[in-house]
Design a protein around this ligand. Structure first.
Ligand SMILES: Cc1ncc(COP(=O)(O)O)c(C=O)c1O
Length: 356
């Protein structure tokens, strides 16, 4: 098989999704599986659906189209605010989208009317993280306009934390969202049925709270795929941490000094690196580099260290476990490495436990 490849163990992804779904269900919270880091891979979507996830969220309409065209039967949610220019495509391809802008919602309304559909929207509320979201003080005004729009149904409210500003979902901001929900319901005499409180970073809040308030949905990506909660990257009990592994091939293995020799300037990436003299060492090079993956988020699965990388190479200190040319070495990945490896055309995608 062509290296490098990324190995996606669908049975383990299914297990992780099932465990989280069941745990959250006992708290009255439904799980939306977020496939954007998977580029909407239909095999992965099926693994989520087999874990009884009904809602699939993705930030890219292209990924949603890909899953739909592959026959995935789910409620598709566009979790990044739609581009106004793509309103018709969003209405045609999704049942729900997350929104913050009146001009976009109006465009969705036009598209829904002309396609004779009802498009459901969730209004995202800014709760401190300063990525997307309508300020709390402006939500009532927006709802007042939205509820009279043809072709649009206001499904609920949501927020996204721990993404841009690293703000933790906690008792206070989650309760704020619940209170805002209740206030809007009584002001407009409506029922908001979906209150989506956040992403994998909300699992810590969930484990600590007795009262989830009105929050009845979380959108989970990283916790399902990597088995980690995302505030401290601690492993979630019972989940597989190796559902996804990156495999690369050794293309050179030699004993060399640990210090470069000769006058030195910037390296290929404009960095002036420092080195420690450890004498001679076994150095192995794998045929994978920064054009394939964010190397800084790779975790070696073996007794070797990453010394550095260039576009096409990762240099390993393999003194403790000598490696031979042709050997395959395995790495676990953080979210950034997973995202880049999945997106790289040079990294083969290999699915394990694929159902016939
Ligand atoms: C709006 C939104 N919700 C949920 C998620 C999923 O986040 P995580 O992978 O941390 O669970 C993302 C990330 O892609 C997102 O942008």
């Amino acid at each position: 098989m062509r290296t490098p490849w990324i190995e996606l163990n669908l049975a383990k992804i299914h297990d992780n999704a099932k465990i989280l779904t069941e745990r959250l269900l006992t708290r009255g919270i439904g799980v939306m599986g977020v496939t954007k880091v998977m580029l909407g891979e239909p095999h992965v979507a099926r693994a989520l659906i087999s874990a009884r996830i009904r809602m699939i969220g993705d930030s890219r309409i292209e990924n949603i189209n890909r899953m739909r065209e592959d026959g995935i039967d789910a409620i598709f949610v566009l979790i990044r605010s739609p581009f106004r220019s793509q309103a018709a495509e969003v209405v045609a391809g999704t049942q729900i989208s997350f929104n913050t802008e009146w001009s976009v919602i109006k465009e969705l309304s036009h598209a829904a009317v002309s396609q004779k559909r009802i498009h459901q929207i969730v209004l995202m509320v800014e709760m401190g993280d300063l990525r997307e979201g309508v300020p709390k003080s402006q939500i009532a005004d927006l709802i007042g306009h939205v509820i009279s729009l043809e072709g649009i149904k206001l499904l609920g409210l949501g927020t996204n934390l721990a993404c841009f500003g690293g703000v933790k979902p906690d008792a206070e901001n989650m309760q704020d969202l619940s209170l805002l929900t209740k206030a809007m319901e009584s002001k407009f005499n409506i029922r908001l049925v979906m209150i989506t409180g956040g992403n994998s970073a909300n699992l810590e809040w969930l484990s600590k709270t007795d009262d989830v308030g009105r929050i009845n949905n979380l959108r989970l990506g990283e916790s399902i795929f990597l088995g980690l909660e995302t505030l401290h990257r601690t492993p979630i009990e019972g989940l597989h941490l190796d559902a996804i592994v990156l495999v690369a091939e050794v293309i050179e293995s030699k004993t060399k000094p640990s210090l470069p020799s000769g006058e030195r300037g910037d390296n290929a990436f404009g960095q002036l690196c420092t080195f420690t003299d450890k004498g001679n060492m076994c150095r192995s090079i794998v045929g994978m580099g920064r054009q394939d993956v964010d190397v800084s988020g790779l975790i070696p699965m073996g007794n070797f260290d990453i010394l550095g990388s260039s576009s096409d190479h990762i240099i390993l200190d393999s003194t403790r476990t000598p490696l031979n040319v042709g050997d395959q070495v395995r790495f676990k990945l953080n979210y950034s490495s997973l995202l880049t490896a999945m997106t790289s055309p040079f990294v083969e995608k290999v699915f394990l436990n694929l159902r016939p």
